[in-house]
Write a protein that binds this ligand. Structure first.
Ligand code: FAD
Length: 240
């Protein structure tokens, strides 16, 4: 048992090294369904560094047990040890916590699983397909990929959201969420081939609900033949 506890202790110490307590500094209702919290990072950025589309696992408790939810760092600033979190609000423990969050409230965060591989060669055109949950990541991605033009298929209502695309270089195509994402898939199937035909080194980034993400990723890789290292696909939420 002694040995077991030692091993467990070592694992816990390793995990704890990546655990941080975040504190709410400010809260802002960007729209009635999108809330931004500015956070003190609890030492996170200094310990882990920063990369584009970086995300953390936040811990919430409900029904007497912990629930882990992923959120993207917005404007991480190691100099001030702060970043923001932007919550697309719906039902759920994370959304409920964010709705009620006030300055001084705290939440635990674990940094594990996040990463970013700079596409090489640099993209001649970026294709991003997402929704309000992945908007913070899309903003970060487009900021990181410099001067490449981009086409963004955005599922949901973009009005009032903190969209950082640049008119002229980035084109946003809003698509209403219908039929559990099937409408988005149809639009992408109808429109993406023409975008890809006009560019030599595209980079495709997909972050919708898990089922839609899977369908789109398979379409882009298998039917359109985009090499797998030029496609990044990660489901951001699970639809019921
Ligand atoms: C790497 C990564 C980064 C992410 N970054 C962000 C971020 O910066 N901001 C953000 O808002 N989300 C982000 N998400 C998505 C977020 O983690 C999920 O939406 C999560 O399920 C929300 O938890 P919840 O407790 O509020 O709802 P849950 O308890 O998970 O779900 C409750 C109900 O809401 C539905 N639901 C869950 N998420 C959504 C949604 N996005 N839209 C509509 N219905 C939903 C579920 O189907 C369920 O019916 C990210 C996900 C990943 C994987």
């Amino acid at each position: 048992m002694g040995q077991g506890r030692g091993w467990e202790g070592a694992v816990l110490r390793l995990l704890r090294a990546k655990d941080f307590e975040l504190t709410v500094l400010d809260a802002e209702d960007v729209t009635p369904r999108y809330r931004r919290l500015r956070m003190d990072d609890g030492g996170l950025l200094a310990a882990t560094g920063v990369h584009p589309t970086m995300w953390v696992r936040l811990w919430f408790s409900a029904d007497g047990r912990p629930h882990q939810r992923a959120y993207t760092l917005v404007d991480p600033d190691p100099a001030t040890c702060t970043f923001a979190l932007e919550f697309a609000l719906h039902e759920g423990v994370a959304s409920d916590w964010a709705r009620a969050a006030r300055p001084g409230d705290t939440v635990e965060a674990t940094v594990q699983g996040t990463g970013f591989q700079e596409p090489d060669p640099a993209p001649s055109h970026v294709v991003a397909i997402g929704d309000p949950a992945s908007l913070p990541a899309i903003n970060s991605l487009l900021g990181a990929l410099g001067s490449a033009p981009a086409t963004v298929w955005f599922e949901g209502e973009p009005a009032g959201l903190p969209d950082r695309t640049e008119a002229g270089r980035h084109e946003v195509r809003p698509v209403s969420r219908r039929d559990a994402g099937a409408h988005l898939v149809e639009r992408v199937r109808a429109e993406l081939p023409a975008v890809l035909a006009a560019t030599p080194d595209p980079y495709v980034w997909i972050a919708c609900d898990t089922a839609t993400t899977r369908t789109l990723a398979a379409y882009v890789r298998k039917e359109l033949g985009v090499p797998k290292q030029r496609v990044h696909a990660l489901g951001y939420w699970r639809a019921d």
